[in-house]
Every structure is written in structure tokens, then in C-alpha cells.
Design a protein around this ligand. Structure first.
Ligand SMILES: Nc1ncnc2c1ncn2[C@@H]1O[C@H](COP(=O)(O)OP(=O)(O)O)[C@@H](O)[C@H]1O
Ligand SMILES: [Mg+2]
Length: 263
């Protein structure tokens, strides 16, 4: 009996080993795919809500700007956020970059809960991974176009910050405006400096608020091409708030937002 058992055990052993190996293989595969899935979502938003106290004295109800928004964006994806004026697009983009804090909900960048970090932690994460183009540009008035573009690269200690800034400004057609201060530039030129500043450090994620809003058709098209070249050349994830139908159509996915809700 014992011999039989042993014999059976011996006979079963290779099968058992195979089963364990196969299970381990499956587990390894699962772990592998989990890891892939985990790292694929470069940006994840969970039940994000932003409300502010009403400034209307007759109304004590808080003003809900964003209402329970959830979505996930994969590495190298191109996503447009579209919707009417006042629907919450800029507020959402600011929260994705941790420039503003939500009333509730979470934002993860590369699986890091950004609101679990303090201000300094978020600033450091932004410097390492994000480029942000503000709707109002937010160039530093005391710095030239070249210096504005160099600054984020110098903060993270990038080599060749000046040469990279020159190259990028050339790509946005501003090689003749390097020494101009923001007040000496047109709205469209300031916007191109803001775009150059955001993408010069080759961020993993580029968030841009109406990046073609102040550009004429020709420079608008050049800028769009540039953003998508960045996506193709470096796998940069693009999240673009836009009213521009052509720009939205070029994105792989369009998130439609209305009155603070994702449709
Ligand atoms: N700090 C704030 N305090 C009060 N209301 C705000 C604040 N920021 C934005 N809002 C309001 O939230 C809504 C969404 O604004 P915003 O995100 O700028 O919209 P969009 O970019 O889609 O035009 C608007 O109605 C705006 O007036
Ligand atoms: Mg806006």
C-alpha cells in the first residue's frame, strides 16, 4: 500500500510538479500582466469632486465645479478634454497636476497618490514627470523667452538646458524672439513659449489647457503637429483641453465634460 502510494506519489510527482510549475507560470503571468496594467495607467482619477463655498450670499449651497469624476489614461495615450466654457475643464487639469486640491477623490500619477504627498512632494513630482501649459501661459515676466524655457530644465539639473531651449524655441518658430520678455511678445508667441517650456524637459505627461487657443490657423497647425510629434517620438502622454475640433479629432480619446460631470 505504502509502496503503491509511493509509487503513485512518484508517478504523480512529475504531474504535480508540472501543475505547480504551470500554476507558478500562471501566477508569474498574472503578476506580469498586473504589473503591466499597473504601470500602463500613467494617470488615474478616482471619484474626483471639487466644490467651493458659494460666493452668492443668498445661496448657502456649495458650488459643485467637478462632480465625482473617474477615468484612467494609459501611457502614450492622447486624450482631449472637451466641453462648454465653465464646465470645469481647467479645474480638472489643475487637479491632475496637483496645482489645486480636490474636495474629495484621488489622482494617481504612476500609481502615486499625489494628494498623499505634501506641496514639496507634488512640486518635485511635477518637475520630474509633468509639463503644464496654462490657459493664461503664466510665463515669468522678469525672464526672457529663452530663460523661461530653460528654467524647468535647470531645476531638475538637465544637461544642455540652454541648447535644448534654443532647439525647442526654433521648433515653435521663435528663434528670433529668444531675448524677448513676455510683455514684448504677442499672445500667440507667449503661448508658443509656454508650450516650448512645457515640453523641453521631455515630460512623461503633458497637460495643456487650450494650447491652440491664441494661435492662428497656421501656427495652430504647427503647434498641433509638434505636440503629436512629441507623443510619437518620446511616447509622451498628451492630455489636452480644447475647443478645437481638429485637435480633439487627432486624439485617440475624447473625454466630454459638462457641468462638472463626465458624459
Ligand atoms: N476658485 C473658484 N471659486 C469659485 N468658482 C470657481 C473657481 N474656479 C472655477 N470656478 C467656477 O467653476 C466653473 C468651472 O471653471 P473652469 O474649470 O475654469 O471651466 P472651463 O475651463 O471648462 O471653462 C466655472 O463656473 C467657474 O466660474
Ligand atoms: Mg478653461
Amino acid at each position: 500500500m505504502t509502496g503503491g502510494f509511493e509509487a503513485a506519489g512518484c508517478a504523480a510527482k512529475p504531474a504535480l510538479q508540472a501543475a505547480i510549475a504551470s500554476q507558478m507560470h500562471t501566477n508569474k503571468q498574472d503578476t506580469f500582466f498586473m504589473a503591466v496594467n499597473k504601470s500602463n495607467a500613467v494617470l488615474k482619477v478616482e471619484r474626483l469632486t471639487k466644490q467651493v463655498a458659494s460666493v452668492d450670499l443668498d445661496n448657502e449651497e456649495p458650488l459643485v465645479i467637478l462632480d465625482n469624476i473617474s477615468f484612467s489614461i494609459n501611457r502614450s495615450e492622447t486624450v482631449a478634454i472637451a466641453g462648454p466654457s465653465g464646465s470645469g475643464k481647467s479645474t480638472l487639469l489643475g487637479l491632475l497636476a496637483g496645482l489645486d486640491t480636490p474636495s474629495s477623490g484621488k489622482v494617481y500619477i504612476d500609481d502615486q497618490d499625489i494628494f498623499a504627498l505634501n506641496e514639496d512632494g507634488r512640486a518635485s513630482l511635477r518637475a520630474q514627470k509633468l509639463g503644464f501649459v496654462f490657459q493664461s501661459f503664466q510665463l515669468l515676466p522678469a525672464l526672457t523667452a529663452l530663460e523661461n524655457v530653460m528654467l524647468p530644465m535647470e531645476i531638475i539639473g538637465m544637461q544642455d538646458a540652454e541648447q535644448t531651449a534654443r532647439n525647442v524655441l526654433l521648433r515653435v518658430g521663435l528663434q528670433q524672439r529668444l531675448r524677448h520678455y513676455p510683455h514684448q511678445l504677442s499672445g500667440g508667441e507667449q503661448q508658443r513659449v509656454a508650450i516650448a517650456r512645457a515640453f523641453a524637459p521631455r515630460p512623461k505627461i503633458l497637460l495643456a489647457d487650450e494650447p491652440t487657443g491664441n494661435l492662428d490657423t497656421r501656427t495652430g497647425k504647427q503647434t498641433i503637429d509638434l505636440l503629436f510629434e512629441l507623443n510619437e517620438e518620446h511616447g509622451t502622454t498628451l492630455v489636452l483641453v480644447t475647443h478645437d475640433h481638429d485637435l480633439a479629432q487627432k486624439c485617440r480619446r475624447v473625454l466630454q465634460i459638462e457641468a462638472g460631470r463626465l458624459l
